[in-house]
Design a binder for this molecule. Structure first.
Ligand SMILES: Cc1cc2nc3c(=O)[nH]c(=O)nc-3n(C[C@H](O)[C@H](O)[C@H](O)COP(=O)(O)OP(=O)(O)OC[C@H]3O[C@@H](n4cnc5c(N)ncnc54)[C@H](O)[C@@H]3O)c2cc1C
Length: 413
């Protein structure tokens, strides 16, 4: 018989919200804490893609060569704050190492169950609730300047094809028949049919939080400062709003999970991959479906405007946004959509919580009763609901029908 427990979930991004909702549905007494309220972190400003095909991690076997080439190219989507390099180096070396040999296959094998049924997982999370309308079914078009650029992506497409993601190629003038908004420099599309996107990630988080409360959960705005263990097991979560005693807790604080776990003496190799968005309000045109602009950023026609989000800047968590990534996105948007006009463009930067093996940490840390649900790098919106369900099952004493070893929360210890 399942025992109902008192659970504290730390962080109301997509991972924490999903875990909190599934834990509540399993009958537990759940309190969800966030220092700024729901959807304040990466879950607010992402590109909104339910990237079911995202099974090729960024750290491909040639990441070192590509990375160096990108850093020397002002038109590439990779940026570095060089003063951060000494602190970043151990993570970076591990990141490169995991991309090589058997590591590459291991990461793809781990990503597949996390992302491949994302649309269905979001639907299961929201079915019959006011959050359901935020999930849209859509095609996804990879946009290339020409066939040669598509061919240079052969490594990634071979992996996707092997998993059943077969693109439909559209070339030449047919590109503008597919979407008249695309400029003449774009001569090749690789289209994946029937995936999905979120129409407004920030509002989706707010409504998921409301659903959680309507289903009997407690949401509190509080900054978690520490975790108290008694005889090696969690006893309470300490915040600026007081102490929250509990039987178990879920650490879903995205990039901020690292300093919080440090207080337990646990070091997790988590680095922020800083990502940027420009959100164009009242655009004169909208693309017919979300798009990936050959490795640079993603485009998503959202209910409240056109979002262009992506790029990677390695530079830690303390410094504010840089200008160069915004300039890059703006430049490329001009080429992609030459006739686009808009009223205003909102700028945003956020932190993807990334591990060296591009897989999240999911499950109990030691025997502490603290359960990890963080480290989803580029695919947290996609894999958050799946993660939340796994964590809720584990805490409820039901082992999910899948091997969770790739996400083992203790694998870096
Ligand atoms: C530019 C960009 C584009 C992206 N595009 C996509 C995409 O299209 N598809 C996709 O799947 N993924 C995408 N991602 C990645 C995705 O956004 C993240 O992986 C995901 O949002 C991480 O969710 P999370 O719940 O782990 O963390 P977060 O959303 O960062 O949430 C963590 C929460 O913890 C709270 N918190 C932190 N510290 C404390 C504390 N001490 N006490 C209490 N609360 C605390 C924060 O306030 C925050 O609300 C993108 C990311 C970026 C930056």
């Amino acid at each position: 018989m399942e025992q109902h427990k008192k659970i504290v979930v730390i962080g109301a991004g997509i991972c924490g919200l999903s875990a909190a909702i599934w834990l509540r549905r399993a009958g537990h007494q759940v309190t969800l804490l966030d220092k700024e309220g729901p959807g304040a972190g990466a879950s607010f400003g992402n590109a909104g893609l339910l990237a079911q095909w995202a099974i090729v991690p960024v750290n491909t076997p040639d990441i070192l060569r590509t990375g160096l080439k990108y850093l020397a190219d002002p038109n590439s989507p990779l940026f570095m704050q060089w003063s951060h390099l000494p602190r970043l180096a151990p993570w970076l070396l591990a990141y490169v190492r995991h991309g090589r040999g058997a590591g590459a296959q291991r990461m793809t094998d781990g990503l597949l169950p996390l992302v491949s049924d994302s649309v269905e997982q979001h639907r299961a999370l929201t079915r019959g609730t006011s959050a359901e309308p935020f999930i849209a079914t859509s095609d996804l078009a990879y946009v290339y300047t020409d066939r040669a650029a598509f061919d240079r992506d052969a490594y990634g497409w071979a992996i996707k094809r092997a998993a059943g993601y077969i693109p439909e190629l559209i070339e030449g003038d047919a590109v503008r028949e597919f979407d008249p908004m695309l400029g003449p420099d774009m001569q090749c599309l690789a289209v994946l049919r029937d995936h999905g996107h979120i129409t407004n990630p920030g509002a989706y988080m707010q409504v998921l939080a409301r659903v959680f409360e309507e289903e009997g959960g407690t949401l509190r705005r509080a900054t978690v400062e520490d975790i108290t263990l008694a005889q090696g097991r969690i006893a309470s979560v300490e915040t600026d709003e007081g102490s929250f005693p509990c039987d178990a807790c879920v650490m879903a604080a995205g990039i901020w999970s690292k300093p919080l776990l440090k207080k337990l003496g646990i070091k997790v190799p988590l680095e922020p991959e800083r990502g940027y968005h420009l959100h164009f309000s009242k655009p004169s045109q909208m693309p017919r479906c979300p798009m990936m602009i050959a490795g640079k950023f993603a485009v998503n026609p959202m209910e409240h405007g056109l979002r262009c989000a992506g790029t990677v800047e390695l530079g830690g968590i303390t410094k504010g946004p840089s200008r160069a990534p915004f300039r890059l996105i703006r430049r490329h948007v001009g080429k992609l959509f030459p006739n686009l006009t808009y009223e205003s463009a909102e700028e945003w930067m956020g932190f993807r919580p990334s591990t060296p093996d591009s897989l999240p940490l999911v499950g109990e840390i030691g025997s502490t009763g603290v359960h990890a649900a963080f480290g989803h790098q580029h695919v947290g919106l996609t894999g958050g609901p799946r993660t939340g369900r796994w964590v809720a099952d584990l805490i409820s004493g039901r082992h999910p029908n899948i091997d969770l070893a790739p996400y083992d929360a203790n694998r870096f210890s």
